[in-house]
Design a protein around this ligand. Structure first.
Ligand code: CDP
Length: 224
């Protein structure tokens, strides 16, 4: 039986990771963060001083290897057998990941890894990213497009990273997120976009438990 897939897409800092994790817990599904995999490819390329060359980065990822490790809670990115979930969140990776994710050879390999992980999972997977509902799992049973205002997303990101949330920091972080969203939404291949059949969820001013509850309710109806 094909895996049951909940696709959660949306811009940077829209709360995809925390939401997807909580939804997966509630459904007893696995959580898969496709962005973390793009970040792992980026980290490997930085560590090996590779230029922005998709074929070379994909070959390096195969050799190391970069892979998704299945744990009871879900999938986490590994490089040469080492868990890099924390390392991939570094500012150096964040600054370069959109350029690496725009390379077709990289997207081909990441998509294959995400699809293989979902296919092998016995229960179901909550997958977050930018193109899960439009490209990777265009036939996903449930698609959510998560958004929030730029200021709200900036505040959440600063909070997540234990940084000061004064007005100047919020404005600066909102600008950083906007640069990445613009790059992700305007690339020629698999741009960040809402699938026509995705359910939009604007979480500005919505409590975390509320947004999780809404998605879980929809999923339970579809996947009884
Ligand atoms: O967590 P955050 O919102 O900062 O971003 P992420 O989900 O870790 O994704 C990092 C980057 O990977 C994005 O800015 C995109 O460039 C890329 N990405 C993508 O192209 N396609 C996906 N399905 C997921 C991420």
């Amino acid at each position: 039986m094909p895996a049951r897939v909940v696709a959660i897409d949306g811009p940077a800092g829209s709360g995809k990771s925390s939401t997807a994790r909580a939804v997966a817990d509630a459904l007893d599904f696995a959580h898969l963060d496709s962005g973390a995999l793009y970040r792992a490819f980026t980290l490997a390329a930085i560590d090996h001083d590779l230029p922005l060359d998709g074929e070379r980065i994909a070959a390096l990822a195969g050799a190391l290897p970069v892979r998704l490790d299945r744990t009871p809670a879900g999938y986490r990115p590994e490089i040469a057998g080492v868990d890099v979930s924390e390392a991939v969140r570094s500012p150096a990776v964040t600054a370069r990941v959109s350029a690496v994710a725009a390379l077709p050879a990289v997207r081909r390999v990441v998509n294959a890894m995400v699809r293989a992980a979902a296919a092998e999972h016995p229960r179901g997977v909550v997958i977050e990213g930018r193109d899960i509902g439009t490209v990777v799992f265009a036939d996903a049973g449930l698609k959510i497009f998560l958004t929030a205002s730029p200021e709200e997303r900036a505040r959440r990101r600063l909070l997540q990273e234990n940084r000061l949330q004064d007005a100047a920091s919020v404005a600066r972080e909102a600008e950083t997120l906007e640069v990445r969203d613009h790059a992700d939404a305007n690339r020629p291949i698999a741009p960040l976009a809402q699938a026509p059949d995705a359910i939009p969820l604007d979480t500005t001013g919505m409590g975390f438990d509320e947004q999780v509850r809404r998605i879980v309710e929809l999923a339970r109806k579809l996947f009884p």
